[in-house]
Design a protein around this ligand. Structure first.
Ligand SMILES: C[C@H](O)[C@H](O)[C@H]1CNC2=NC(N)=NC(=O)C2=N1
Length: 173
């Protein structure tokens, strides 16, 4: 092991100690080399600058509830739900009209297509939108889901939302 590896090892072990969450809890592929491919445990802001990975990676597996509870703290406006043992990200918002709901879906769809990772979108009672995100390929949550949610938070959608929802979304950190 040369000096740079030793330095990386030191950095890696100190970071994993700080985060207290080993990276395999993050639902990342185990084939990534820890030293070179270590992905920092990110804040909501950092997540929006990351890119989703293809979900057909054979090593991808769902992250633990502890890891999800840690990451959700960085994600304003989103909730962690457990549906029959399956963890999902969930966000609800009111739109001004049914058509504004469709416009919101279109904006979200463009982000999802760019990431190759897709939410479940619901529009009920004409103006109630619910977004659910989980990684279908593994039946749970992976980092992809948090990245997509963080990028959705970045969308400028105030003009589409009902007054109350718009005010709360303006307080996004
Ligand atoms: C190969 C590609 O990664 C898969 O088809 C993607 C498409 N979008 C996806 N989106 C979500 N939420 N989960 C998946 O497992 C998934 N798989």
């Amino acid at each position: 092991m040369d000096d740079s590896d030793r330095g990386n090892l030191c950095m890696y072990s100190s970071i994993s100690r700080i985060t207290g969450i080993c990276w395999e809890h993050m639902g990342l592929s185990s084939t990534r080399k820890p030293l070179s491919g270590f992905r920092m445990l990110c804040t909501g802001e950092d997540l929006s600058t990351k890119k989703c990975v293809p979900c057909n990676s054979k090593d991808l597996r769902p992250m633990t509830e502890d890891a999800a509870k840690h990451l959700i703290r960085e994600l304003a406006e989103w909730n962690l739900i457990n549906e029959d043992g399956k963890l999902k990200l969930n966000r609800s918002l009111k739109v001004k009209s049914f058509l504004k709901g469709m416009d919101l879906f279109k904006l979200i769809a463009e982000v999802a297509e760019a990431e190759g990772h897709h939410p479940d979108l619901h529009l009920v009672g004409w103006n109630n939108v619910t977004i659910e995100i989980w990684t279908h390929a593994v039946g749970g949550l992976t980092e992809n889901d948090f990245i997509l949610a963080s990028k959705i938070n970045k969308l400028d959608v105030h003009h589409l939302l009902g007054r109350k929802a718009a005010i709360s979304s303006q307080h996004d950190c």
